[in-house]
Design a binder for this molecule. Structure first.
Ligand code: C2E
Ligand code: CA
Ligand code: CA
Ligand code: CA
Length: 281
């Protein structure tokens, strides 16, 4: 209020300049982390309500810059997708995951962990031969391909359906699985679950959160769960932060949960400690 038109324009410009500067800094931080292999991978538990234990982990990339501190993946991944750097990030994440698995999970009677989930971006699907990128890494760490699940979003599946099917076929022959991530967040409808042979579906946390206070959202969620169960596809619910929420999901027949209530994303050593303590309970 009380601002002149010129003043508003000047402030908008200053905003754009600040945003632009931040973006440049983030791009530089990403480039540096690629050169120096500076990305960290955190691991978040996936909990089975049926087995009452942690059964898998999702690998989530982290970038800590000396000047900017932790930069959220939601900020740097889209930038890395634009300039293609996501390819290098993806390779470093997979390498770290495999090293982690071979060093700590396979050699430790598995700790109950059967699979690791790794996120794959649309750009990787479009530009890479995923089989040729992934196979040598699995082999060099002696990781059974059946331990790997690749997570792709609806956007990727719809944006590049032929590519996606080809990757799923080629990697599927090796034993690698695919999960559809963020289900229900976009404009996909369930009919395309028929066209892509996903081994797992992860329901987006926004709709899960909405379902706790909005009746319409709850009906939509219940229907999604019902449909996916009818199709016989295993399902993971994301974003569960409280016991009551977990119980509500259990009532709906959900079997697997990923959320802060059962464990936050943690760095390697902390995650291992967490899993050990948790599984013993
Ligand atoms: P996503 O694949 O949907 O991953 C789940 C996100 O939800 C993670 O955020 C996780 O920390 C968060 N989350 C899980 N449970 C809860 C909960 O109970 N409460 C709340 N508030 N949040 C929860 P994060 O780690 O910030 O990752 C954000 C997104 O960045 C991921 O969403 C994924 O799309 C992308 N991403 C992360 N790592 C990678 C990667 O290695 N490669 C690619 N291509 N994308 C990645
Ligand atoms: Ca994911
Ligand atoms: Ca997700
Ligand atoms: Ca997401």
């Amino acid at each position: 209020a009380g601002k002149s038109g010129a003043q508003v324009i000047v402030e908008a410009d200053a905003d754009m300049i600040a945003q632009y500067r931040r973006r440049r800094k983030v791009e530089i931080a990403v480039a540096r982390a690629i050169r120096e292999k500076g990305f960290l991978v955190y691991y978040q538990p996936v909990y089975s309500l049926k087995e009452r234990q942690i059964v898998s982990l999702e690998a989530l990339v982290r970038l800590k810059d000396p000047e900017l501190g932790f930069i959220p993946p939601e900020e740097f991944i889209p930038l890395a997708e634009r300039d293609g750097n996501i390819i290098h990030i993806g390779e470093q994440v997979l390498e770290q995951c495999c090293r982690f698995l071979s060093k700590h999970v396979l050699s430790n009677g598995s700790l109950g962990i059967r699979t690791i989930h790794v996120n794959i971006s649309m750009v990787q699907c479009l530009r890479q031969n995923l089989t040729e990128t992934i196979r040598p890494v699995l082999e060099s760490y002696h990781i059974p391909p059946s331990m790997l699940t690749l997570e792709v979003t609806e956007r990727t599946a719809i944006g590049a359906p032929e590519r996606m099917l080809w990757h799923m076929h080629e990697l599927g022959k090796m034993g690698v699985s695919f999960a559809l991530d963020d289900y229900g967040s976009g404009n996909a409808n369930c009919s395309y679950l028929i066209h892509f042979p996903f081994q797992e579906i992860k329901i987006d946390k926004e709709i899960v959160w909405a379902s706790f206070h909005d009746k319409a959202a709850r009906i939509v969620l219940e229907n999604e769960i019902h449909t996916i169960k009818q199709l016989g596809i295993p399902l993971i619910i994301e974003g569960i932060e409280e016991r009551e929420q977990s119980e509500a999901m259990e009532q709906l027949g959900v079997e697997c949960i990923q959320g802060y209530y059962y464990g936050r994303p943690l760095p390697e050593q902390e995650c291992l400690r967490y899993i050990r303590t948790f599984q013993e309970k």
